[in-house]
Design a protein around this ligand. Structure first.
Ligand SMILES: CC(C)(COP(=O)(O)OP(=O)(O)OC[C@H]1O[C@@H](n2cnc3c(N)ncnc32)[C@H](O)[C@@H]1OP(=O)(O)O)[C@@H](O)C(=O)NCCC(=O)NCCS
Length: 303
């Protein structure tokens, strides 16, 4: 029986997502994925399936993006997953979308796509007329402990180097809304949303997970972590304004973020990356995760 889930289902949903898949830490970000906001959102719809009074399956969709879909291991191979998938497809069609995607909702994504190692889920979707898209996405894994490139001394040196050129490297304040407008004007997309979330992040004494390079009144570079998948220490987004590139400002704000992440994690996941050589040089790479965007195009009869 499909039914809408509410906040009172969160403990059971968190348990289910915690054991659903070894490829994602969905249980650690359950509230964010099931009920959290996203930019340009239809608003998430979250449903569950109960069997014998127990939550057996769960799905959350926002617009044309499935945020999570999982069936508890003991309830698999009974058609529950197919029922949840059909409901998600119907919801996307009802909102007028011509296609539906798995994961990868900009601003609120469990992962940028299906983990390429998860061939079981990829095959399951393929048998249901879903197809891979060619733009494979990558997350980089960076060591933030025992890494000679990620040390307070190196962050300090980069900050001093920036100051000799008239820049200040500092943590952004939670109320720094002018920063969001500046990021929106230059970079757009979901980035202001993610940065706003990161600004609200708290870790003990630290408030805000965004570092900036400024000169006078101008923002010149920024980097954020914990804006998406809050609590997992994922890094991103980050950007340097074009006029200020090539001066190691991006490296300075990256290092500041990685040192924050090191307070809670031994590694940092640089999510949905752009330029890999920049990260190789700035902080080293110890691993990579590849993600496959998958979608289903609705036929004319279905739409
Ligand atoms: C992928 C997933 C959702 C499938 O859930 P499920 O409930 O087992 O899905 P279904 O039962 O609909 O389909 C599974 C298989 O069982 C078969 N099946 C369906 N009803 C059946 C029944 N009554 N008896 C036997 N087999 C049945 C289906 O035909 C299907 O086989 P096929 O793919 O070869 O056609 C589940 O494996 C899962 O939760 N995986 C992790 C998902 C994940 O990573 N999510 C992101 C993180 S939360």
């Amino acid at each position: 029986m499909l039914r809408p889930l509410t906040a009172t289902d969160l403990p059971a949903a968190t348990r289910l997502l915690g054991i659903a898949s070894p490829y994602y830490r969905a249980g650690d970000v359950a509230a964010e994925k099931l009920f959290g906001a996203a930019p340009n959102s239809d608003g998430p719809s979250t449903i569950g399936v109960d069997v014998d009074g127990e939550l057996a399956g769960i799905a959350s969709i926002d617009g044309n993006r499935i945020r999570v879909l999982a069936v508890a291991p003991t309830y698999r191979e009974r058609g529950i997953g197919a029922q949840l998938l059909a409901w998600c497809e119907h919801a996307a069609r009802t909102h007028g979308h011509p296609r539906i995607w798995a994961l990868g909702q900009a601003g609120n994504y469990l992962a940028p796509g299906i983990d390429a190692q998860d061939q079981a889920t990829i095959g399951w979707l393929r048998r249901r007329h879903w197809r891979e898209s060619s733009d494979i996405r990558t997350n980089l894994i960076v060591a933030v402990h025992d890494n000679p490139l990620v040390t307070p001394a190196r962050a300090h040196d980069l900050s001093v180097e920036a100051s000799t050129r008239g820049y200040e490297i500092r943590r952004a304040r939670p109320d720094e809304t002018r920063l969001l407008a500046a990021i929106g004007a230059e970079f757009g997309g979901a980035w202001p949303f993610e940065v706003e979330r990161a600004l609200q992040w708290r870790d003990g004494e630290l408030t805000g997970a965004v570092h900036v390079a400024v000169r006078g009144d101008d923002y010149c570079a920024f980097a954020a972590h914990n804006g998406n998948n809050s609590g997992l220490g994922w890094f991103g987004p980050a950007g340097t304004w074009p006029a200020h590139r090539g001066q190691r400002l991006g490296e300075a704000v990256l290092l500041a973020c990685l040192l924050d992440v090191a307070r809670q994690q031994a590694t940092c996941e640089i999510a949905w990356i752009g330029p890999e050589p920049f990260y190789q040089k700035s902080c080293g790479i110890i691993g990579r995760r590849m993600f496959v965007p998958m979608k289903r195009e609705f036929t004319a009869e279905e739409s």
